[in-house]
Design a protein around this ligand. Structure first.
Ligand code: PMP
Length: 425
């Protein structure tokens, strides 16, 4: 079917709140290239929003999934467990830098991982509240939409939010929130809204994903660790977007040396198969009773097979080394653009989790989201999928596979540069 025919079906049958504004439909893809239903080629700098760190349909992952499909597709692991689930739990426990001995629970999506982390934090501490951060994003289930640091569009149409979620500022010095102010804000939240004796968890993305690719300084994360240690609060690090090599290390929190109590992860964990995980210190993970966690599809055999294959690919293809090299390349190119273009500023990266902002001027820092939207639109016309993000919508973020071929990367970056020129950046 053509894009046009599929668009007509979408308009007729897909719920408005779930329908993509994109009128191009994906047909097939490989590594960092994708072809739409009309056969138009697109370079993919979005990577399915951070899911495809090792590229579309990595052959090793496809092979592992096919082999699993020939053996076993489903049991519900609470009815009868299987090898993939426990092997993946072992693997994640070994690599996730949580405090002490780690245990694992698998789920299906990032939001589900966060939901379960909040259940575990309640069970482990006997407390109810959670403190999250401005600009944070954690999902669209009932509790996670309340945890998001931005109300619209996630909460807008859905009435009162759970009353146990509170927020503190995330340090973004470029937009006037220094690390000191953010810390003061956190302490204020704990004084005024959610004192330590009722706070079960502080949940932070070490690098804001949807919120704009701002990295929290190690010293700020250390302060959170200290507050949590002193008050029997769990430090929960949401690595759904920043994990699995996106920052040049397996997990972004490793850049700070901090050991969280719980970690949530998903996205690039299984190269597009739906799976997520909560990894945490065993005493917390074991705090709730039998059959209190899980669900019919959690950690399905095919998704586990994909995730295990992803670990092999990381090792065999030096994905972390590739990620670091890509990060350096992107930062160099963006820094040139910052010099060259009047409205390009605040170039930043942690490995290939790289971004820059479009602003009125380099002195005012006033966001220009309409310019970011114009660039992504122009890039799309030229055959490049590019994403904006951020609390102000003016950040361009780059989530291409770290396995992207050099010539495809250069072609994509040339499109970004041309688009910046043509929209008057
Ligand atoms: N946490 C973070 C940091 C995310 O970036 C996302 C998704 N963008 C989520 C949670 C929610 O994940 P999912 O969409 O798989 O529910």
């Amino acid at each position: 079917m053509s894009n046009k025919e599929l668009q007509a079906l979408k308009e007729r049958y897909v719920a408005a709140g779930a329908a993509s504004p994109n009128e191009q439909f994906a047909d097939h893809a490989t590594n960092a290239e994708l072809w739409d239903a009309d056969g138009k080629r697109m370079i993919d700098f979005a990577g399915g929003i951070g899911v495809l760190n090792i590229g579309h349909r990595h052959p090793k992952v496809v092979e592992a999934v096919k082999a699993q499909l020939d053996k076993l597709m489903h049991t519900c692991q609470t009815v009868m467990p299987y090898e993939g689930y426990v092997k993946l739990a072992q693997k994640l426990s070994e690599v996730a830098p949580v405090k002490g001995h780690a245990k694992v629970m698998l789920a299906n999506s990032g939001a589900e991982a966060l939901e379960n982390a909040m259940k575990i934090a309640r069970a482990a501490t006997g407390k109810t509240n959670v403190i999250c951060f401005d600009g944070g994003y954690h999902g669209r289930t009932f509790y996670t939409m309340a945890m998001n640091g931005k109300a619209a569009p996630y909460q807008t149409d859905f009435g009162p939010m759970p009353g146990t979620v509170f927020r503190a500022p995330y340090p973004v010095p470029y937009h006037g929130v220094s690390e000191d102010e953010a810390l003061r804000g956190l302490k204020m939240t704990m004084k005024a809204d959610s004192p330590a004796n009722i706070t079960a968890a502080i949940v932070i993305e070490p690098v804001l994903g949807e919120g704009g690719f701002y990295a929290a300084p190690a010293s700020f994360l250390k302060e959170i660790r200290k507050i949590c240690d002193e008050n029997n609060i769990l430090m929960v690090v949401d690595e759904v977007q920043s994990g699995f090599g996106r920052t040049g290390k397996m997990f972004a929190i490793e850049h700070s040396g901090i050991e969280p109590d719980l970690m949530t992860m998903a996205k690039s964990m299984a190269d597009g198969m739906p799976i997520s995980a909560i990894v945490g210190t065993d005493k917390h993970m074991d705090a709730s009773g039998p059959n209190s966690l899980g669900g019919t599809y959690t950690g399905s055999p095919t998704a586990c097979a994909a995730a295990l294959a992803v670990f092999d690919v990381f090792k065999e293809e030096d994905i972390l080394g590739k990620a670091q090299a890509l990060g350096e390349k992107l930062n160099k190119r963006f820094s040139q653009w910052q010099e060259q273009f009047e409205h390009v500023d605040n170039v930043r990266n942690l490995g290939p989790m790289a971004a820059f902002e479009l602003v009125e001027s380099k002195s005012s820092h006033t966001p220009k989201p309409e310019l970011a939207a114009a660039v992504t639109k122009k890039a799309k016309e030229k055959g490049l999928i590019l994403l904006s993000c951020g609390m102000y919508g003016n950040t361009l973020r780059f989530l291409m596979p770290v396995t992207i071929e050099d010539d495809v990367l250069e072609e994509g970056l040339a499109i970004v540069e041309e688009s910046l020129k043509e929209v008057g950046a």
